[in-house]
Design a protein around this ligand. Structure first.
Ligand SMILES: Cc1ncc(COP(=O)(O)O)c(C=O)c1O
Length: 382
């Protein structure tokens, strides 16, 4: 059975350029980049080249880029590191549709005396800018709002959010794991930006946090003082080289974003022909180029995904990290006025540039059949 992989929001296949860069770095630059001998210096140069590419991509300077193990660590470092550094300000704002690693970092701080405001979103998943402005107080330290939502694909207007935060003197962090290289993103849009490699055909286990010069974070891991003391631990030169190669590859293939958008819109238009189906999230340029999320009334998303899997199609319900949980998606609940039916009936397909129209047509047929079959036996039948 041929696999049709439509779960690129969970992770992507590493691209050949990233694989080659990792192999080369493992062979030529295996030394510890903190070592002072010539091999260490060469490894350090290779690492710094990767850091510079990431910095240039965001319009930042290399000293503002800290490598981490991925999106989860970058988000934890931004939120907890900033909070520990500024104990006099104990109010944080996040949206209700953040990734679990932001939500749970905030909730962890809440249990330790912080006050967290979780902002509502509208039916497409947008934060209300007026509500944000009203929520920022003199003791607000941080606003953390996801750029491209991992479940429903809605892209927030970072410029407008950042303007409000600057005016009201709150630091603004955004989790851009899903949008990095798929939507315009730069250091002009936030004070701190989380990115990772495995959502854009780079290796797993590496990410970065952009931290605007002047912002101090308390480290979460203490050790040898690597990376300006913000993130100790021997740096992974090969993973950084793979991350860099994946970015360069993505930059070469900008027109593929347009193709993905077209395939996405074709998928959405065709899938919405299935009766009683609802698109979750925004449309057009306000949606991640590769994200499709639809709820089918009267069926469980998990059951649809299981039937599709039997046809070789990989897709998901909720986010990859929470998809083993039977709790309804907090994101769909937030956009649907807490509709359990809509949350349980949702299913997400996330494309990569290598998906074809033939694969999508096959998936659409299998999807229509799966929904029809499940509705016939559904106790929720209308
Ligand atoms: C929006 C978002 N933030 C953070 C993460 C976590 O990233 P990582 O898997 O690199 O820790 C993910 C991945 O699931 C994500 O989609």
């Amino acid at each position: 059975m041929k696999t049709i992989y439509l779960d690129n929001g969970a992770t992507t296949k590493i691209c050949p350029a990233a694989e080659a860069a990792i192999k080369e770095a493992n062979e030529k630059f295996f030394a510890n980049p903190a070592s002072i001998h010539h091999a260490g210096i060469e490894a350090s140069k290779r690492l710094e080249r990767a850091r510079k590419t990431i910095a240039n991509t965001l319009g930042a300077s290399p000293e503002e880029i800290i490598f981490t193990s991925g999106g989860t660590e970058s988000n934890n470092l931004a939120i907890k590191g900033l909070s520990f550094q500024n104990p006099s300000k104990k109010h944080i704002i996040a949206s209700k549709i953040e990734h679990d690693c932001v939500l749970n970092s905030c909730k962890w701080l809440e249990e330790r005396g912080y006050e967290i405001t979780f902002l509502d979103v509208d039916k497409e998943g947008f934060v209300n800018l007026q509500q944000l402005q009203n929520a920022i107080r003199p003791d607000t330290l941080l606003v953390s709002i996801i750029h491209g939502n991992n479940e429903i694909g809605t892209l927030q207007n970072l410029q407008k959010i950042y303007e409000i935060c600057k005016k009201k003197k709150a630091i603004f962090h955004t989790d851009a794991c899903q949008s990095f290289t798929k939507a315009p993103l730069s250091a002009k849009m936030a004070d701190m930006i989380t990115i990772n490699a495995h959502k854009m055909h780079g290796p797993k286990g590496i990410g970065a946090l952009y931290i605007r010069k002047g912002i101090q974070l308390t480290p979460l891991a203490h050790g040898g003082g690597h990376q300006q003391g913000i993130r100790s631990g021997t740096q992974n030169v090969a993973a950084a080289a793979g991350f860099e190669a994946a970015i360069k590859e993505a930059q070469k293939q900008k027109k593929q974003i347009k193709n993905m958008q077209n395939l996405r819109d074709y998928f959405i238009k065709s899938a919405l022909k299935i009766p009683n189906s609802t698109l979750n999230g925004a449309e057009g340029n306000s949606r991640l180029a590769n994200n499709i999320n639809i709820s089918f009334a009267g069926v469980e998303g998990e059951s649809v995904a299981a039937l599709l899997d039997m046809e070789g199609i990989c897709c998901s319900t909720g986010s990859a990290c929470a998809s083993k949980s039977l709790d309804p998606s907090h994101v769909i609940m937030a956009i649907s006025n807490n509709s359990h039916e809509r949350a349980h009936g949702s299913i997400r397909f996330t494309l990569s540039a290598s998906n074809t129209k033939k694969e999508i047509d096959f998936t659409l047929r299998a999807l229509a059949q799966a929904v029809k079959k499940l509705r016939k036996i559904s106790p929720l039948k209308r």
